[in-house]
Design a binder for this molecule. Structure first.
Ligand code: S3P
Length: 450
């Protein structure tokens, strides 16, 4: 199936009469793909990346790195990134358009922070509504000048500082993007960079920077805090990277196989980094039948195949401290919770409100419209499960790939089909979603373009 990106592409998920059966080979992890391109772009030598996610977000980052001076080509499915090395990045003559990519734009702001030139960033309607102040605040504190700031929203123009001030920054919210932006700025500082997070968030930046040769230490502070210290001016050397499968994409098949009777799905090559594994942990607590097979370490990351069979779930309480390890997975967890026996309470999920959309509000609204009983709070969601859900409501994706995929999975199990107004947004992170699920036995109807 070929879904066009140029227009709204409505798709209907048709309730599955049969089980999901078979194997999925996941697309590459989005977070690792962005970082592989960025770190390759600034390192000395040619970084080779296998399994890069070819989603729109990541391709936007590839273009951004080209605009800043790196050469990126693809041969035999391997991306070759000729890094700028000691020469450093060069000014982009044009605005850098990051499309829908929050990780791309926020990390890139950090990356150009120590360059004495200006860079203008823009994005699509979704990205332009997301808060950038959380990244600009720490960068301003070390000398970055903000030349254009639309109330902390894109388009934004910044000018890097010739010499960055030292920074010891406690990240106010649980955000790997903010942590990473500060660390990336610090790469070209003359001072040691210290970043403290209250709860550990995904640690791909730290791990990959170490792999490229930076000297970082991560220590446990009080009450679960993590103190990250990075030495100034590391020499980054090109690496060979194989990107593991994205657990945030695996999440859709994991939940679908769990709630569709008689399903049995093997999801190959899934990243199992503990900072990303909150959904699997939660589903196992709910009674899911999930087996972790063939666990191994590759490129410093834990990887495994995940076998999922249908299971009857029970409601649980998901603690707030687990939120960073599954922040992108709450929408699909909410679908699992809708079919569980009893009540599922998800606490401390206010960060969902500043994703590609206000996902907490959109989930609550969309689930309610499809007959799910729930309570939406400022930073929590309580779902009362049921054995059958009506479905039948139309859902607007609002440029949010995970909202589109979540409701397509819900539509596989509701009494009536669910229509998504635009499935082309799925290309942001999981271009083979429709094809993969069709292979497993799901049915979709692609409607005429509007
Ligand atoms: C990401 C961090 C998270 C996550 C996003 C990817 C990253 O965002 O939601 O999809 O790659 O660093 P926040 O840093 O805003 O929590």
């Amino acid at each position: 199936m070929n879904i066009s990106n140029s227009k709204l592409q409505p798709v209907i998920a048709i309730a599955n009469k049969s089980a999901l059966l078979g194997e999925i080979i996941l697309p590459g992890d989005k977070s690792i793909s962005h970082r592989a391109l960025m770190f390759g772009a600034i390192a000395s030598g040619t970084t080779k990346v296998k399994g890069l996610l070819e989603g729109e977000d990541v391709l936007a980052t590839a273009n951004a790195m080209r605009q800043l001076g790196a050469r990126i080509t693809k041969t035999n499915n391997i991306y070759h990134i000729e890094g700028v090395g000691e020469k450093g990045l060069s000014k982009s003559q044009k605005t850098i358009d990051f499309g829908n990519a929050g990780t791309g734009v926020r990390l890139c702001m950090g990356l150009v922070s120590a360059y004495d030139f200006s860079t203008k960033f823009s994005g699509d309607a979704s990205l332009s509504s997301r808060p950038m102040g959380r990244v600009l605040d720490p960068l301003k504190s070390i000398g970055v000048e903000v030349l254009e700031d639309n109330g902390g929203k894109l388009p934004i123009t910044i000018r890097g500082a010739k010499q960055l001030e030292p920074i010891n920054y406690q990240v106010p919210m649980a955000s790997a993007q903010v942590k990473s932006a500060v660390l990336l700025a610090g790469l070209n500082s003359k001072h040691k960079t210290i970043v403290i997070e209250k709860i550990k968030t995904r640690d791909h930046t730290e791990k990959m920077l170490q792999g490229f040769g930076a000297k970082l230490s991560m220590e446990n502070g009080e009450n679960g805090a993590i103190i990250i210290e990075m030495e100034a001016n590391p020499k980054l050397i090109a690496q060979d990277i194989t990107v593991p499968g994205d657990p945030s994409s695996a999440a859709f098949a994991i939940v679908a196989a769990t709630i569709i009777p008689n399903s049995d799905v093997l999801i190959k090559n899934t990243l199992m980094n503990p900072t990303r594994a909150g959904l699997i942990k939660t589903l196992i607590e709910m009674g899911a039948n999930i087996q972790i097979l063939n666990s191994h370490i590759s490129g410093g990351e834990e990887i495994a195949d995940v076998r999922v069979r249908y299971a009857k779930l029970k409601g649980v309480e998901v603690p707030a401290k687990r939120a960073p390890s599954m922040i992108d997975e709450y929408p699909i967890l909410a679908v699992a919770a809708a079919f569980a026996d009893g009540t599922t309470k998800m606490f401390g999920i206010g960060e969902m409100r500043v994703k590609e959309t206000d996902r907490l509000a959109l989930m609550a609204k969309g689930l309610k419209a499809n007959g799910v009983d729930l309570v939406e709070g400022k930073d929590y969601l309580i779902i009362n499960g049921a054995s059958e859900i009506e479905g039948g409501a139309k859902i607007k994706a609002h440029l949010d790939h995970r909202i589109a995929m979540t409701f397509l999975v819900l539509g596989m199990v509701t009494k009536n089909p669910i229509e998504i107004d635009d499935a082309s947004v799925i290309d942001t992170s999981y271009p083979s979603f429709i094809a993969d699920f069709t292979d497993l036995g799901a049915s979709f109807e692609v409607l005429e373009q509007l």
